[in-house]
Design a protein around this ligand. Structure first.
Ligand code: PAF
Length: 284
């Protein structure tokens, strides 16, 4: 498995593979790969002849007070995980390879990015869509793989692909959890022992909400309140948002009688964690 740092090298390799008629899967990541990423890579390896994993901590999707500088990086670990999972190549560019100093083009998806994480992290999805577009143009994959933990990101990328006619199939993959229910995330490495224990409140509160919905509760505000009360029991937790939204439009709903995305973002100490589930009326 090769690790390359330039766009030219990726394009050369992709051209060769395409000449041989091979299909290509792309798994875009910011590195520090965990079991969640591994499940994306495993799926991509099953569905494509060759798989490229991009490892790039994308500066333009972080806000000025966010964790770009401290975001965990461990390329040697990432290489091992990709190699053992059967990936064919890692693309690990420097920011200067991806962005011209006088760059002036961004990709913006409107509407879907207004609520949830988009409201709390201004400019975040512009940064994500810009880098994902660039990766699609560089790799020209047949399929690209994204985790459902970032439910809004997945919806936004799908919309961008549809609206801009990218010739790529976007594949969403289920959330992978620790044994105790915490959704896997590179940011879990920030948590102290005490915070790690406290972080279980995310999954616990969502489970309560799911049970309510399964039992037929229709009042979305009541379900939100139950999540809020559960999280507020945990002194190390601070709610960033709790949203019950239509899973297509991502607009908040009052009545829980459609296909729903129940999504939360919670600070545990200084670490911001997200989690979600989708729910269809009548589902158990
Ligand atoms: O989900 C992520 O890790 C990032 O947002 C992505 C898709 C790799 C873009 O930088």
């Amino acid at each position: 498995m090769k690790t390359v740092k330039t766009i030219k090298e990726v394009r050369q390799q992709v051209r060769e593979w395409k000449r041989e008629g091979l299909s290509i899967g792309l798994v875009p990541t910011m590195g520090c790969l965990h079991e969640g990423h591994k499940s994306l890579i495993d799926t991509a390896v099953k569905e494509n002849d060759r798989v490229i994993v991009s490892v790039f901590v994308n500066p333009i999707q972080f806000g000025p007070n966010e964790d770009f500088k401290t975001y965990p990086r461990d390329i040697e670990h990432d290489k091992k995980l990709c190699e053992s999972s059967g990936a064919s190549m890692i693309f690990n560019p420097e920011p200067s390879e991806m962005y011209f100093e006088n760059r002036s083009t961004n990709v913006e998806v409107e509407g879907l990015t207004e609520g949830l994480c988009g409201a709390k992290r201004p400019g975040h999805f512009r940064g994500v869509c810009t880098v994902v577009s660039k990766l699609f143009n560089i790799v020209t994959p047949d399929r690209a793989y994204f985790g459902e933990k970032d439910a809004q990101q997945l919806a936004v990328v799908k919309r961008m692909v549809r609206d801009l006619n990218f010739d790529v199939q976007v594949v969403g993959c289920p959330i992978i959890r620790e044994e105790d229910g915490l959704a896997k995330s590179s940011r879990n490495t920030y948590l102290s022992k005490e915070e790690r224990q406290a972080s279980l409140v995310l999954n616990k509160s969502l489970k309560k909400a799911k049970k309510l919905l399964e039992d037929g509760e229709k009042d979305a505000l009541l379900v939100k309140r139950v999540i809020e009360q559960e999280i507020n029991k945990q002194p190390l937790a601070r709610i960033d948002y709790i949203e019950i939204a239509d899973s297509e439009s991502l607009r908040p709903v009052k009545k829980a009688d459609e296909s729903l995305l129940i999504a939360i973002a919670v600070f545990i100490g200084k670490t911001r964690l997200i989690d979600n589930f989708t729910f269809r009326t009548g589902e158990k």
